[in-house]
Design a protein around this ligand. Structure first.
Ligand code: MG
Length: 365
């Protein structure tokens, strides 16, 4: 039984709508809002989400029209049972490609006193400092059978060694394309800045790329991961973001971060880039600490990675910590750089935060 008439959305509280205004003939519509946030698990936070039904009139995805909400933080390692409420504040909204009148809502977590929760990594990024930055993430991942084997791997054995699977076509070389296609369609329908997908070096391993300005690339990446997890439910395969899910002579998964900022795009210069990269060298360990868990299993100096022991950079060098793309050199050392160190399970906000602070510090030195 619902004892109250629906009123304005901001009057909804704990599932109990409180009427302050009568509808008076306005056509209110039910919307399904899926609030997404990162939990408090360590070393890798998980995506969590839940649906809020609200009634709104004339809603076209405006974030400022959406109410704050809350959840039980004691179930997500974000609060004690005695004081369990964590507040969700919507920060960006996307149409939900699979739900009628549905939207996906990226939310930040706050404590009841209004300060950002310790696990709110998005709030760590200074929007002022990140202004003008562009990011392009290359999210690699592996699709796994529930048994823990990549899809396409034969039962109890291994497929033929790496080589033919990257950007491959054909049943003997590719596994999971139907899921990947469905995910791509969903991302485009949600308005994410997806710029491409490809089969990766290990069988069952894939990549998508997403581009955006300021914090949008990181938000888009969270939503793209969410949609990938949701699609995986349908196909009964598991999305694995571990950076080295299969040991041995099999590529791990990274989340290469391409980045640029106004001075690099407009002025640049070889000496300038070297000055910035000296700043990255100085902060190598601080970056690695923010770039995902179990990354030491991946950054070995083999399988298209640089060893994590030493910071390196090079033009067109995919075995370096940071690659200076050939396009950047050809364009008078203007353009973008690629940090190849972040792991596939990295938190994009932590990566953005670290890159932005190192670039700004080196730029001003
Ligand atoms: Mg790749």
């Amino acid at each position: 039984m619902i004892p109250f008439k629906m009123g304005r959305v901001e009057d909804c509280h704990h599932g109990f709508p409180v009427t302050k205004e009568k509808r008076k003939g306005v056509n209110f519509m039910h919307y399904k809002l899926e609030y997404l946030w990162l939990d408090g698990y360590k070393p890798i936070a998980n995506l969590r989400s839940k649906t809020k039904i609200v009634e709104l009139d004339d809603f076209n995805g405006e974030v400022e029209k959406l109410p704050e909400w809350n959840f039980d933080g004691s179930s997500t390692d974000q609060a004690e049972g005695g004081n369990s409420e964590v507040i969700l504040k919507p920060v960006r909204v996307y149409p939900d490609p699979e739900r009628k009148n549905g939207y996906l809502v990226v939310a930040e977590t706050f404590k009841p006193d209004g300060t950002p929760h310790e696990t709110n990594t998005r709030a760590m990024v200074s929007t002022e400092a990140a202004k003008g930055f562009w990011f392009g993430f290359e999210q690699e991942y592996v699709l796994m059978e529930p048994s823990g084997r990549p899809i396409g791997f034969p039962d109890g054995g291994y497929p033929e060694p790496q080589g033919p699977y990257y950007c491959a076509v054909g049943y003997q070389y590719v596994a999971g394309r139907k899921l990947v296609e469905e995910h791509l369609e969903a991302c485009l329908a949600a308005g994410l800045g997806i710029t491409g997908v490809n089969a990766e070096v290990m069988l069952g391993q894939w990549e998508f790329q997403c581009f955006g300005k300021d914090l949008k690339a990181a938000d888009d990446l969270m939503v793209a991961r969410y949609l990938l997890f949701r699609t995986s439910e349908k196909y009964k395969v598991q999305l694995e973001l571990h950076p080295k899910p299969i040991s041995g002579d099999w590529n791990g998964s990274g989340m290469h971060a391409n980045f640029s900022w106004p001075y690099l795009r407009d002025v640049g210069g070889e000496d300038y880039i070297k000055k910035i990269l000296a700043g990255f060298e100085k902060n190598h360990e601080e970056h690695l600490a923010e770039y995902g868990a179990f990354n030491e299993l991946r950054l070995t100096g083999r399988h298209e990675t640089a060893s994590m022991e030493k910071f390196t950079y090079g033009v067109a060098d995919r075995g370096a910590s940071i690659r200076i793309p050939i396009f950047t050199v050809q364009d008078d050392w203007k353009g973008y750089l690629e940090d190849r160190r972040p792991a596939s399970n990295a938190d994009p906000y932590r990566v953005v935060n670290r890159i932005v602070s190192t670039v700004n510090e080196a730029h001003n030195s």
